[in-house]
Design a protein around this ligand. Structure first.
Ligand code: FAD
Length: 347
């Protein structure tokens, strides 16, 4: 049954706990209801809300319709030597990861502890600790608002990239995701690829359960596990993506930063694909003078991770002002542009 609410506060529905109300909010827990709301709405603007963990809502709220997806359900089907896991868009992502780990299915265990719902994971190709949903995703079932019909998209059609997809960059607002299908492997996980996780595992053989618990432990230390009692988690996780530089920009960056490096100091940098280099945004932020705990008004840099901006009893405007200040500081210091990761609504 769908529930219609008027002037519904959005702040409690976001991990930042910030922002004003939605003029109308409809909660829908069945695909046919979601589809009929979308049909009625045609191509008029609306905002699709998942778990609100990658979202900053303006203090004045959103003067439109918010469709909150609450559909649930997971099904497993054998497919050769793999298992196809289909999960409804409204399933909490981490419940799905926990269930797959329990069932002995490998492929998403390093994505443990990430808040939000399954339906949002393809939007920015959710990733962490060496895995991304695009590694195992085989289909996205969605409602296409432009064609007015349900469709199934294959991963090749979704242009998945680092914290990006066609849903985010080419077709924002066009598809409402109803369910996602993952192809997982029964058995032991692959050896972890992420340095910090490899180090934490040490000589232990990786098991699904051990990787899940280690990832959660590492995330908790950084304030990256939602916890009402942990003020560093009133955030949207990382506020900026790690910038990816073309080879020429990387060379210019190295020249610019060389005089500032201590003897033997290495710039944290990673393979960004296609000859490009991915920089660590957290390092740039700290080097530009915004250390952990730096506070401006009611917003701050998390005291445990320089990439997360947190709400310290302020407003959405405070968070955005701090984000702009950091962007400007990093631009002036290094000539590098930081791109916000969360979706900004109503600004
Ligand atoms: C503490 C913390 C840690 C985090 N760690 C990570 C991390 O390690 N890696 C990572 O990638 N992200 C991370 N995030 C960000 C966030 O959890 C993910 O991006 C998550 O997938 C967002 O899901 P959500 O349901 O909360 O989406 P929302 O915030 O509700 O929405 C985000 C976007 O997805 C769209 N959307 C949501 N559901 C649907 C749907 N069914 N159909 C179409 N569009 C939809 C919304 O319209 C919006 O544009 C973290 C966030 C927090 C607070």
């Amino acid at each position: 049954m769908s529930v219609v609410l008027h002037q519904e506060p959005l702040a409690p529905r976001t991990s930042f706990r910030l922002g004003g109300p939605a003029r109308i909010l409809i909660e829908a827990d069945r695909d046919d209801e979601i589809e009929s709301i979308l049909r009625e709405q045609g191509t008029a603007p609306l905002f699709v809300l998942g778990g609100g963990s990658n979202l900053l809502v303006a203090d004045r709220g959103y003067d439109g319709l918010v469709l909150a997806i609450r559909s649930r359900g997971v099904s497993l089907r054998r497919d050769g030597d793999a298992v196809l896991v289909t999960a409804a868009a409204g399933e909490p992502w981490d419940d799905l990861v926990a269930r797959c780990v329990e069932e002995g299915l490998a492929g998403i265990e390093c994505l443990s502890g990430i808040p939000g719902q399954v339906g949002a994971t393809p939007i920015q190709n959710v990733g962490a600790y060496g895995q991304e949903v695009s590694d195992t995703l085989v289909a996205v079932h969605a409602y296409d608002r432009m064609q007015g019909q349900r469709v199934s998209l294959r991963p090749e059609e979704c242009s998945f990239a680092y914290r990006d997809s066609a849903f985010k960059s080419q077709w924002p607002g066009r598809y409402v995701i109803l369910s996602v299908v993952f192809r997982l492997r029964p058995g032991l996980p692959d050896a972890p690829r992420y340095g910090e996780l490899i180090a934490a595992l040490g000589d232990e053989p990786p098991t699904l359960g051990r990787l899940r618990s280690l990832v959660i432990e590492l995330r908790r230390r950084k304030g990256m596990i939602l916890d009402e009692g942990d003020p560093d988690t009133r955030s949207a996780g990382s506020f900026f993506t790690n910038p990816i530089l073309e080879p020429a920009a990387w060379a210019a960056f190295q020249d610019r930063i060389a005089p500032q490096l201590h003897p033997g100091e290495r710039i944290p940098s990673f393979d960004g694909g296609g000859g490009r280099i991915k920089l660590a945004a957290a390092w740039l932020i700290e080097r530009a003078g915004f250390s952990r705990g730096f506070q401006r008004g009611g917003a701050a840099v998390s005291s445990r991770h320089a990439l997360a901006l947190v709400n310290r009893g302020g407003s959405a405007a405070d968070v955005l002002a701090l984000a702009r200040e950091i962007q400007q500081g990093v631009r002036e210091a290094f000539g590098v542009e930081l791109t916000p990761e969360p979706v900004l609504l109503g600004f």
